[in-house]
Write a protein that binds this ligand. Structure first.
Ligand SMILES: Cc1cc2nc3c(=O)[nH]c(=O)nc-3n(C[C@H](O)[C@H](O)[C@H](O)COP(=O)(O)OP(=O)(O)OC[C@H]3O[C@@H](n4cnc5c(N)ncnc54)[C@H](O)[C@@H]3O)c2cc1C
Length: 449
């Protein structure tokens, strides 16, 4: 078929850039690769931010892009980042925007990115079958591809409740729907009272940025629990857990509970044990049935997310500073409705509590991915066991009805979590990209090198 692309990567963020790097390293020609996405390759939702106070939540030796050179980023950072604030007792925690620069420079400098085609558009849908896919875009003519990799990442947050504008003639400066870019936080006045919807890492990012800007107003954290993720400690893996055979979810929980020390969850001792458990979790997760995965996630998902998503020590120190000045108040509940004017917001919670402030920042986490939803509607993919994304097999192949899998449609990145386990951190996604690049280069692309 004329103008058939060989490998199309949907998404232009971290996973896409690392996959391009590994494909090129394995001899796939740059002319065989097309990337789709409107941003700078490598930056994406996490590392394309403009806020200097948003930091990586892992120390410098952990974002591993190359399995055979784990300290590649660490070395690059020492040479190319001027950030005296990065150093802490738990390691160096660099700015996310500097990591974004690293990832895009990695591809641009080492591998001559100029030769890779990038279509600056969004993919709306995909039709076809193995080795013949047609991609539909907003604002671009359709293209055909032999192999497609979905790397669309975490869809940015959307409001979790209804919004009522008290005066439709005014603009919506009091509402920040997507704080990930960090742009909108710059316009906040120091005296404002701020309502944060959600109590995870995005809320901590917002708190960290407000503290650095010497915020003086109140910050209300609206969440079902009055707890925020802890700081990264200076942990080391010293031992390997001896996992029992034939684990059920109940046995898994019992084993983990016994393995973890009674020390504080913020201590290096506790986090070291926790990190010793993590490398085996994905294999164990993949052995569970869909209903076991669902019930385990329902029971323990929030706790898992709390201790897995730790924040940088700088962010936690900023939070502690505001807390000591009584500027942080938790409000327990879930948002039901937001009424707003240009400079005032009234938030109503499901339990009847009302809070007033000058601005509300949506820190509720990822939304659902319209492209993945469309693939399910079009019966090209099935939902994953958690119902949040689409299902893939252990080789990242997208599953379709009756457990069939496509041989030329893959997905990598956070969307694979429900199928494969703990796959959010940069290093785990980089490992997926490396494994997929090996697979593609060995199995199917010998003819296009
Ligand atoms: C705010 C935030 C901070 C994070 N911080 C850390 C951290 O400090 N350390 C860590 O290890 N992990 C962190 N993560 C986890 C993160 O999941 C990974 O590190 C990684 O960035 C995910 O890469 P990705 O390529 O899958 O997604 P992204 O890098 O977000 O890239 C996806 C890209 O695809 C584009 N896209 C989406 N849909 C389409 C479509 N239909 N057509 C075309 N393009 C599309 C998006 O616009 C985006 O640019 C963070 C995540 C977020 C959201």
């Amino acid at each position: 078929m004329a103008n058939m692309k060989e490998v199309v990567i949907i998404g232009d963020g971290f996973a896409a850039a690392v996959l391009v790097t590994h494909l090129l390293r394995r001899g796939i020609s740059s002319s065989a690769i097309t990337v789709v996405g409107s941003g700078v390759l490598g930056k994406g939702n996490a590392y394309g931010c403009n806020n200097p106070f948003f930091r990586l939540n892992v120390r410098e030796d952990l974002p591993i892009i190359f399995a055979d050179d784990p300290l590649h980023f660490s070395r690059w950072a020492k040479k190319h980042i001027n950030d005296p604030e990065a150093r802490t007792k738990a390691g160096y925690f660099y700015r996310r925007q500097d990591f974004g620069r690293y990832v895009s420079e990695l591809v641009a400098c080492e591998f001559k990115l100029g030769q890779i085609e990038q279509i600056k558009a969004r993919v709306l849908g995909l039709i076809g079958s193995d080795n013949s896919w047609n991609l539909e875009f907003d604002g671009h003519d359709p293209i055909s591809a032999r192999r497609v990799i979905i790397a669309t990442g975490n869809p940015p947050p959307v409001w979790p409740c209804s919004l009522i504008n008290s005066n439709p003639a005014i603009s919506t400066v009091s509402l920040i729907e997507n704080p990930w870019t960090g742009d909108s936080l710059g316009g906040i006045q120091t005296q404002e009272s701020i309502i944060l919807l959600g109590g995870g890492l995005t809320a901590l990012d917002a708190i960290g940025a407000l503290a650095e800007r010497k915020h003086l107003g109140m910050i209300y954290v609206v969440s079902p629990r009055a707890v925020l993720p802890p700081a990264q400690a200076n942990w080391q893996r010293k031992a390997q857990p001896q996992w029992p055979q034939n684990l059920s979810p109940a046995k898994l929980i019992r084993f983990m509970r016994n393995y973890l020390p009674s020390a504080s969850t913020a201590s290096p001792e506790w986090q070291s044990a926790w990190e010793e458990l993590r490398p085996n979790i994905n294999t164990i997760w993949q052995q569970f049935s869909s209903s076991q995965k669902r019930s385990l996630y329902k029971r323990l998902g929030w706790l898992w997310n709390l201790y897995r998503f730790r924040a940088s020590p700088q962010t936690i120190a900023a939070y502690e500073k505001l807390k000591s000045k009584n500027q942080i108040q938790f409000v327990l509940g879930r948002a039901k409705e937001i009424k707003y004017t240009e400079s005032k917001v009234k938030l109503l919670l499901g339990n009847g509590i009302e809070i007033e402030g000058n601005r509300v920042i949506n820190c509720t986490g990822t939304a659902s991915d319209p492209l993945l939803n469309r693939l399910v509607e079009d019966q090209l993919a099935i939902r994953d066991p958690l119902g949040q994304s689409i299902a893939v097999d252990e080789n990242f192949r997208v599953l379709t009805l009756s457990s069939k899998r496509w041989n030329s449609l893959w997905m990598i990145g956070p969307g694979t979590m429900g199928s494969l386990g703990d796959v959010i951190a940069a290093s785990t996604i980089a490992k997926q990209a490396e494994q997929l690049a090996i697979q593609i280069s060995l199995d199917s692309l010998k003819n296009i090198r």
